[in-house]
Ligand binder design. Structure first.
Ligand code: ARG
Length: 470
């Protein structure tokens, strides 16, 4: 391919007699980044050329030549044979220059009634639309992996925490389904962003529209957009669609990081709630005994990069007047990086969710520690002795204090011990004093009792199956 370095740029050489300085070329070129949108650019050009012929703006022979050339370039791109040149600045001009090499004069007609400003906005929306869909599918896969584990562990007791202090026993299945719920909202955010960004900027041209009798509905339909954007200035200058996707990605990354942190905690010997197989563990170069949850730690770290990408683009766009400014070329690196990071994080979390071996015994023992059944005792006092909850709370608190002094769990106290605090207590109080009984008693809608968890597992299975078939 021609290297235009020491000549004036073939695409706007009319106005120029010299070539850019090397630094100018370096700061200006985006080809290293935006070549990732080559297929979207070709799709946009094909739709545009077809429309130009349908509206008699160019001849159908020229359109056919353009299409032939673009198909060849598509094949070259897919085969990794396309030669990209920084002197040609970006993906749009590289492809146009290559088209000229292949089809000659007809190539020069492709840019009629179009600008790189509407072209890049079109490409970027197409790229992000597919990226959102990828994230939605990955999230569904992650949910399916979690639901499967929740089904296995609906009846497994673990300590539920508040402030990372043992609070009340919960079902492990219930805990895992919490992350399924969060993933569903993440999925919804990507789907919403995708629907909102699915409008066509093509035909907005540089900023003001065009005098040629183009058919914007036609190109919008060809490219699968819902409609053409109604304001040409908006079409070329808005990037809130990318900000929205980055916001969704940041929130998703934060949700993933929280479960990742739990995996780090659970697989630590201090907790000993779970382990990861060799597939998801790394060793230490010095300590032969180590098994480290590196993937979980890296997912925990991803919000740094992903929320950082959101921050980057928010600052790039802030204060930009209408319409297009070259600042907007800096929109792609953070978006591509964030989507790559999130994709990897989702795949890692799906893998680990399926891989974890849970230590149900250790979890149940831990669930019974630290007076996690104190609320159950207070609830018993309300239910069986008819006391107000505040009084019951006080009674249970005094009993916990007594047990603490004696160094035993609540179930280790004698009935006489209990009655020294509250004389009306009866022997059947001991029935509520176990982690499992506590978990099984919480049957309110959305609660942790295994019967409720199994209902939720079934609801999710149905929902995910429907999604897969629909
Ligand atoms: N490479 C540019 C970008 O990504 C394409 C649009 C350039 N438009 C222009 N008027 N210089 O934003």
């Amino acid at each position: 391919m021609t290297d235009g370095k020491k000549q004036t740029n073939a695409l706007w050489g009319g106005r120029f007699s010299g070539s850019p300085s090397e630094v100018m070329e370096t700061i200006n070129a985006s080809i290293e980044i935006d070549q990732r949108m080559a297929l979207e650019d070709i799709a946009g050009s094909l739709a545009h050329a077809e429309m130009l012929a349908a509206t008699d703006i160019i001849s159908s022979q020229d359109a056919a030549e353009i299409a032939r050339g673009l198909e060849q370039i598509r094949a070259e791109v897919l085969a990794g044979e396309m030669k990209w040149s920084a002197a040609l600045e970006d993906v749009h001009m590289n492809i146009e220059a290559r088209l000229k090499e292949i089809v000659g004069e007809a190539a020069g007609r492709l840019h009629t009634a179009r600008s790189r400003n509407d072209q890049v906005a079109t490409d970027f929306r197409l790229w992000l639309r597919a990226a959102c869909e990828r994230m939605e599918n990955l999230l569904s896969g992650y949910q399916a992996a979690l639901v499967k584990r929740a089904e296995e562990h609906a009846g497994t007791v673990m300590p539920g925490f508040t402030h990372l202090q043992t609070a009340q026993p919960v079902s492990l299945g219930h805990h895992l389904l919490c992350w399924v719920e969060a993933a569903e909202r993440d999925r919804g955010r990507f789907a919403d962003a995708r629907a909102r960004l699915n409008e066509s900027p093509l035909g907005c041209a540089a900023l003001a529209g065009t005098a040629f009798p183009i058919d914007r509905d036609k190109t919008a339909t060809t490219l699968g957009f819902s409609r053409p954007m109604a304001n040409s200035l908006d079409g070329v200058s808005s990037r809130d669609f990318a900000l929205e996707v980055l916001a969704a990605a940041s929130i998703c990354a934060v949700n993933l990081s929280r479960f990742a942190e739990e995996i780090v905690l659970w697989t630590s010997k201090r907790f000993d709630f779970a382990s990861l197989s060799d597939e998801w563990s790394t060793g230490s170069s010095i300590m032969p005994q180590k098994r480290n949850p590196d993937a979980a730690e890296l997912v925990r770290a991803k919000p740094g990069r992903i929320a950082g990408a959101l921050q980057t683009l928010i600052i790039v766009v802030k204060g930009l007047p209408l319409a297009y400014s070259k600042d907007l070329q800096e929109d792609k690196p953070p978006v591509f990086q964030a989507m790559d990071d999130l994709e990897l994080a989702l795949m890692a979390m799906t893998g680990m969710a399926g891989d974890l071996t849970f230590n149900s015994e250790a979890m149940e023992v831990a669930a019974g520690e630290a007076y996690s059944d104190a609320t159950d005792l207070a609830d018993y006092v309300v239910r069986e002795l008819g006391k107000p909850f505040r009084d019951a709370h006080h009674i249970a608190g005094s009993i916990v204090k007594l047990a603490e002094i004696k160094g035993v769990p609540l179930s280790g106290l004698s009935l006489a011990d209990m009655q020294s605090v509250e004389a009306a207590l009866r022997q059947d109080v001991f029935k509520v004093l176990s982690a499992r009984a506590s978990m099984e008693s919480r049957t309110s809608y959305g609660g942790t009792a295994p019967i409720r968890v199994r209902e939720q597992v079934q609801a999710w299975q149905a929902r995910l199956a429907e999604r897969q078939s629909g």
